[in-house]
Ligand binder design. Structure first.
Ligand SMILES: [Zn+2]
Length: 158
C-alpha cells in the first residue's frame, strides 16, 4: 500500500474543493472561521468528512477524525483541511495535536493560520513526522474566508 503522501496534486486539489464545500455548511459571520476537512485513504477515496459548526463545537478536523471508520491504518490517511490545523487550546483542543494523536500520515492545508495564538499547527505536525503540505488552492481558500479574514484585521485567527 503506498504511503499517504504519494496522492497526486489533482486528488488533493479535488479534496480541497470538497472541503471548501463542506466549510460552507458552517455558520458565516461566526467568530470562528468556516473550515472543512476531508480525510482520504491511500487510494485517494474519501473516508471521512467534517466541518466546523460554530464556536464552541468540534473543529472540522476533530469532526472528521471522530467519523473515521474503524480498521484503517491512520499512517496511510491524508487529512485535507481548508485552514492550517490550529495549534492552541481554546474551548476545544488543538487540531494539530488531535491529528498527531490519531497518527494521521499526511496533512494538506489551504491557508496558513497566522493567528498569534493558533498558528504553528503545521510545524507541530511536521515535528511529529507527519507529511505536511500547505498552500493548496490557497487563493480560493483566502477568497472564501475573505469576510472572516477582514474581521480579523487581515490575519487568520482560529
Ligand atoms: Zn482546530
Amino acid at each position: 500500500m503506498p504511503a499517504a503522501h504519494v496522492l497526486s496534486p489533482e486528488v488533493i486539489e479535488s479534496a480541497m474543493r470538497r472541503a471548501l464545500a463542506l466549510a460552507e455548511r458552517g455558520p458565516a459571520g461566526n467568530e470562528n472561521p468556516q473550515v472543512g476537512c476531508v480525510i482520504l485513504d491511500a487510494a485517494g477515496d474519501t473516508v471521512a468528512e467534517g466541518w466546523h459548526q460554530g464556536a464552541g463545537t468540534a473543529h472540522a478536523e476533530a469532526m472528521a477524525l471522530a467519523l473515521l471508520p474503524a480498521g484503517l491504518d491512520p499512517a496511510t490517511l491524508t487529512a485535507v483541511v481548508t485552514l492550517e490545523p490550529c495549534n492552541h487550546t481554546g474551548r476545544t483542543g488543538p487540531c494539530a495535536v488531535a491529528l498527531r494523536t490519531a497518527r494521521i500520515g499526511a496533512v494538506a492545508f489551504g491557508l496558513s493560520d497566522t493567528g498569534e495564538k493558533s498558528s504553528g499547527g503545521g510545524e507541530t505536525l511536521r515535528a511529529a513526522g507527519v507529511t505536511v503540505t500547505g498552500s493548496i488552492l490557497e487563493d480560493e481558500v483566502r477568497a472564501f474566508l475573505a469576510p472572516w479574514l477582514a474581521r480579523q484585521g487581515g490575519d487568520a485567527r482560529g
